[in-house]
Structures are given as C-alpha cells and as structure tokens.
Design a protein around this ligand. Structure first.
Ligand code: ASP
Length: 341
C-alpha cells in the first residue's frame, strides 16, 4: 500500500524550546535537534518530510505576515502531500489556525495544528503524544481519500475544529477547549472519529489561497464603567475599519445614548461592528434582551457563537473584500468554514 505523505512544519513554540541558561527563559531551538528527540517518528507508517521556519518563534510573535508564510507553504506543497502538521506555540495557536481556515478556501486535506505545554526534551512532556497522534490523524484515509478535510487542532487526546477553539489553561496539559462544538476525534486506546461532526465540502473545487488580510481592527471588551472618552478616541481613529465588540451574555451592552449614537454614526460611515459574547459558551442573540435591541437596529453584525479568535480572522479576511454593510453582514453571519452555527 502507498504510504501517505505528511509535511511537518515547525514554526516555533514550547514543543521545540530549551532553557536559556543565562536568562532562565524558554527559547526556540534547532529543529533537527528536536527531531532527534523523537526516534518514534521513524517507525510511523507515514512518509514524513519536515520544514522549519528559519527563525522559529514564540507564538506571541505570530502575525498575519507569519500566517501568510504558513498558508503559502501549504498552498505550494498541496499536491505533493496528503496531510500537513503544523507545530506552533499554544498561546496564539487558535488565532493562527482560525486564520488559516479562512485563508485556505476549498481545503480538502487535513491541516493539523499542535504543540505542547512542556518542551519535547522534558521527561514529563506532552509533546510526543500530541505530535505522533497529530501525524496519524493527518494521515488517516478511507478509500484513498483523507478523512479530515479541514484545519484541526490536536491537543491532549482531542482533535478539535481549529476555528472553534480557545486556549483556556496555561498550566494543565488540556490547554484548549471548544465550548460550542464537539471534538472531531478522541484518542484513547483507539482513535475514535466523530464522522458526523467533520467538515465536508458541498462541492469539490480547487484550493484557493487568500493572503489579503485587513488588520485595521480592534477588540473592545465591555465592562461596567467603560469610559465615553476612551471609546470615542478608539472609534475616531481614521484607519479603523472593523470593531469586535465583546459584549455581555447573549450580546448585551450598556444602553447609554452616547454609546449607541457613536456606534450608529460610525456604522453609517462604513465601520463594521461585530457582536461577540464574552462568555466562553453560548451565542449572541440580539433582541433577546432590551439591552441588545438598539445594537440590532443600528446594524451591528451578530457573531452568533463564534470565538473571538475566529471572529478576528473572519473580520480580517472579509474586510478586504470591500463589501457593502448588507452583503458583509449576510456573509459574516453565515458559516463559511464551520466556525459558527
Ligand atoms: N509561549 C509559548 C508559545 O506560544 C507557549 C507554548 O508553546 O505553549 O510559543
């Protein structure tokens, strides 16, 4: 039987870090040394080829330029490999993986993000299981076709739809959660795939790469006592084109007239405002409470049950398409890659 070919890309993150003796801090280290620490890779039934960022980074330094690098590597190697595993720091993994889900339209092969809480050289590391199972998942096939055809995130025995995840813990090995969507697979003695939850493309089309992302956006988290002066300054920024409003509960915000009037004026002038809930689970339903009725009236877009990470990625992706508010709203409120209800 033909071996499946996997491309393993190392971007940085704890998985490949060592302690710098001078500062005591963790820093990324050489990828070849990392591979030597996992002799198990040689006995996997997949053909694995590896690539590394020239200068691996802590994922706190990730940004759309680095996302473009990752997406382009996948795009340019798409026909050569059956699946892709991306080693990435856990801190911003959900942001990068969400962005990749939008940047790679019509994806029909697995792109699995993983990393670890402890470096691969550490005795108690979680890196080996995360890496080995991610490779196995990326290599899963049925009748010669990949089983996973989306961007996934594998961590601590669970495979999630990447654009549904969020990092929830800096201590526990279970660092991620997907509050609004069930895991796609769980790894125990057997690998159990939840076929019904997997993303399936309605029509087969060629992979399309999108690299134009608009970063003129900001997140504004509501809190009791939020100041008119500060919000005015933020919303009056000339370059601002998109705003993610992190609201309370099912999409509620203070009803102060200055806030509603300011948002209304900015929306009329082209600002796209997305309502996303601060709650980790559940959905925005504007109009459920009187405290969200006005937001609905003035044209705020519902983020439904999207994560803030995926909302940022989707906003950057859609903003550059110069859509009218009506079209933008319709598209944003539609699930494009399984990121929302
Ligand atoms: N600071 C690290 C990073 O995100 C943490 C990790 O890899 O888990 O790159």
């Amino acid at each position: 039987m033909k071996k499946t070919k996997i491309l393993l890309l190392y971007t940085g993150g704890t998985i490949g870090m060592i302690k710098d003796y001078e500062s005591g801090a963790l820093i990324p280290f050489n990828f070849d040394e990392l591979l030597q620490k996992i002799p198990e890779l040689k006995i996997l039934e997949h053909e694995i080829e590896t690539l590394s960022f020239e200068d691996p980074i802590d994922s706190s330094d990730m940004n759309p330029v680095e996302w473009e690098k990752i997406a382009t590597i996948i795009y340019e190697n798409y026909e050569k490999y059956d699946g892709f595993v991306i080693l990435h720091g856990s801190d911003t993994m959900s942001y990068t993986a969400s962005a990749l889900s939008f940047m790679l339209e019509n994806l029909n092969k697995p792109v699995i993000f993983t990393g670890s809480q402890l470096p691969i050289g550490d005795l108690r590391t979680d890196a080996k299981e995360n890496l080995i199972t991610s490779i196995q998942i990326a290599g899963l096939q049925k009748n010669g076709k990949p089983i996973i055809t989306e961007v996934g995130l594998y961590f601590e025995y669970k495979l999630y739809r990447a654009n549904r995840t969020t990092k929830i813990n800096a201590e526990h090995f279970q660092a991620f959660a997907s509050p609004n969507y069930p895991p796609l697979a769980e790894s125990g003695v057997n690998l159990s795939i939840q076929s019904k939850s997997l993303w399936r493309q309605s029509r087969k089309q060629n992979l399309k790469l999108h690299t134009q992302l608009n970063d003129n956006i900001v997140i504004l988290k509501m809190f009791p006592g939020i100041s008119e002066n500060v919000i005015k300054h933020v919303l009056n920024l000339d370059s601002l084109q998109g705003l993610i409003l992190e609201t309370y509960g099912s999409g509620n915000a203070p009803t102060d007239t200055w806030l509603v009037n300011l948002l209304e004026e900015k929306i009329k002038n082209g600002l796209k405002v997305i309502n996303v809930t601060q709650c980790s689970g559940g959905s925005v339903v504007m109009g459920n409470y009187q405290t969200s009725l006005e937001l609905k009236r003035i044209g705020v877009v519902s983020g439904k049950d999207i994560t803030t990470e995926a909302a940022i990625a989707k906003l950057m992706y859609l903003l550059d398409k110069n859509l009218s508010l009506k079209v933008f709203k319709t598209i944003f409120e539609t699930s494009l890659r399984g990121e929302m209800l």
